[in-house]
Design a binder for this molecule. Structure first.
Ligand code: NAP
Length: 500
């Protein structure tokens, strides 16, 4: 059952300003007031010390309880998310599993001290000319963290998603701003975490959740003096605005925004000779998965023009024409997609003549073709169009392919389709792509981000606002930690994990 309220300092509270959800039969959601945001941030700061000081095993048990409570609400969460987002049941069931899996992964991470990167430099009292002190370093929780739920992952990147799981694991209280596109799903998951807090006896402001459908809510949250860091997944415009607010604060704070990326795919000549049609079909499948609403969607396929490129094009077009229309997440995202496709259609010929969508909020894929020279000269073709829109970029030769790679903005991913005969070109491209992308793939497609210790989901701006951070995988916890050194501090005062 939905309360339609905000979870603030352990209580579900309403407010004077409400919004009704058309997707949930008019269910009303209270929008957090500035005063309530202030109360939430102060409560998070109050409980920070107690929560961060809990033994690692206690926090791990809490994360596992969160996962169990989410599983217990399972079908209700899926039904609500289907109504709000239009995403299919199988996708949402899978995303729930990924969400609970992430919580358990961070619980497992807390079993060892490895993530704390502990360093100990023993004292050298007899060192000349000066003795060396006893120095010990450990990573401590950074403070209360604000998390913005993402529209395109109502579970895995939202209320109990990777940002929340990693921040709670680090020892940081979390305040989630639910995304207006799935307020009900956000609240249900919030209810599950509230139950877990109660079951585990956590400080009551360990996790809080506010709703808000105006920029004021997010702005008030990130500028509040008691917030120490922010996790965000969303648009370049929104993320940049919030990043700028964080940097302009009297005390600037880290803002980890995962923004936009076109995820270029380079199809090298030998691979194209061997399997151009297979790659083209695979690209169409990756591009249209989930109506293309993935940050890792491969937006451009780059290849040398010729017979192989023609075979790629034919297979990609065949794949697209077999795609049924899909529902987009929000009216706003559909409108942005259509505007982006319109802009591209004025600059490059469209390949797949897909029929117009019939359903409300539905969209069809769109693929365009352009020369590398024109693509490099046209800024509007280089921006992400969020949805199933892609561009086939034709180079004169491999030198032009390298030039295109050199000119790329920061990316979440870059893909090489290559065979053994492409190794020399791959060796030339790799150092360029390493500077441009957080993850480099060979002979695969970037959609489908594995949740694992070696995953990097971030990249140079504008893919993210901090090139050092990942929002997926165990390394995500480092965003919410800060190093502290202890010099000659007596054993009795040291954090438990730093003692001999
Ligand atoms: P969004 O507009 O960036 O919103 C994300 C969150 O940030 C929402 O909670 C929003 O709340 C808040 N927000 C946005 N601008 C703000 C501002 N200036 N000040 C304060 N808060 C702000 O993203 P979206 O609604 O998810 O989708 C819109 C577009 O984002 C899509 O069309 C797509 O281009 C992009 N997107 C990208 C990814 C990705 O993974 N790269 C994922 C999802 C969406 P309020 O609206 O309540 O202010």
């Amino acid at each position: 059952m939905l309360y339609g309220k905000n979870l603030i300092d352990g209580a579900w509270v309403g407010s004077e300003v409400t919004l009704a959800s058309a997707d949930l039969d008019g269910q009303v959601f209270a929008q957090a007031s500035p005063e309530q945001i202030d109360v939430a941030c102060r409560a998070a700061r109050r409980d920070f010390r107690a929560y961060s000081a809990l033994p690692r095993a206690t926090r791990a048990a809490f994360l596992r309880e969160c996962a169990d409570q989410i599983d217990a609400l399972g079908d209700e969460i899926t039904r609500t998310a289907m109504a709000e987002t239009g995403l299919p049941e199988a996708r949402l069931v899978g995303e729930r599993g990924r969400t609970t899996g992430q919580l358990k992964m961070f619980a497992d991470l807390l079993e060892s001290t490895e993530y704390l990167d502990i360093r100990k430099d023993a004292a050298l009292p007899d060192r000349a000319p000066l003795p060396r002190p006893d120095l010990r370093l450990i990573h401590k929780a950074i403070g209360p963290v604000a998390v913005f739920g993402a529209s395109n992952f109502p579970l895995a990147f939202s209320t109990a998603g990777g940002d929340t799981a990693s921040a709670l694991a680090a020892g940081c209280p979390v305040i989630v701003k639910g995304h207006g596109a799935h307020a009900g799903t956000a609240e249900l998951v919030g209810q599950a975490i509230a139950k877990a807090m109660e079951a585990c006896g956590m400080p009551q402001a360990t996790f809080q959740m506010i709703q808000g459908a105006s920029n004021e809510t997010g702005s008030a949250l990130v500028t509040h003096p008691e917030i120490s860091a922010v996790g965000f997944t969303g648009s370049l415009a929104g993320g940049r605005a919030l990043f700028d607010l964080c940097q302009a604060r009297p005390v600037p704070i880290p803002f980890y925004g995962e923004l936009g990326s076109i995820n270029p795919m380079f199809c090298l000549p030998e691979a194209m000779v061997a399997r151009a049609a297979e790659i083209g079909g695979g690209w169409a499948g990756s591009l249209t998965m989930g109506a293309g609403q993935f940050c890792t969607n491969p937006g451009i396929a780059v290849m040398v023009k010729g017979a192989e490129a023609d075979a790629f094009e034919a297979a990609a077009v065949a794949g697209l024409q077999g795609t049924a229309e899909q529902v987009m997440l929000t009216d706003g995202i559909k409108a942005a997609y259509e505007a982006g496709v319109k802009t591209w259609s004025e600059l490059a010929p469209e390949l797949a003549g897909c029929p117009a969508p019939k359903g409300a909020r539905a969209a069809m894929p769109a693929v365009f073709k352009v020369s590398a020279k024109d693509w490099m000269a046209t800024r509007a073709l280089q921006h992400e169009v969020f949805g199933a829109a892609g561009i086939l970029v034709l180079c004169e030769d491999t030198a032009e392919m390298e030039a295109l790679a050199e000119g790329l903005e920061g990316q979440l991913t870059a893909t090489l389709q290559m065979d053994a005969g492409d190794t020399a070109l791959g060796q030339t491209l790799l150092p360029i792509l390493e500077e441009k992308a957080g993850r480099i793939l060979a002979n695969g497609f970037p959609t489908g981000v594995e949740v694992a210790p070696a995953m990097m989901h971030g990249g140079p701006y504008p893919a993210s606002t901090d090139v050092r951070g990942t929002s997926v995988g165990t390394l995500a916890i480092t965003r919410w930690l800060r190093p502290v050194s202890y010099q000659n501090v007596p054993e009795a005062l040291l954090p438990a994990d730093l003692r001999d």
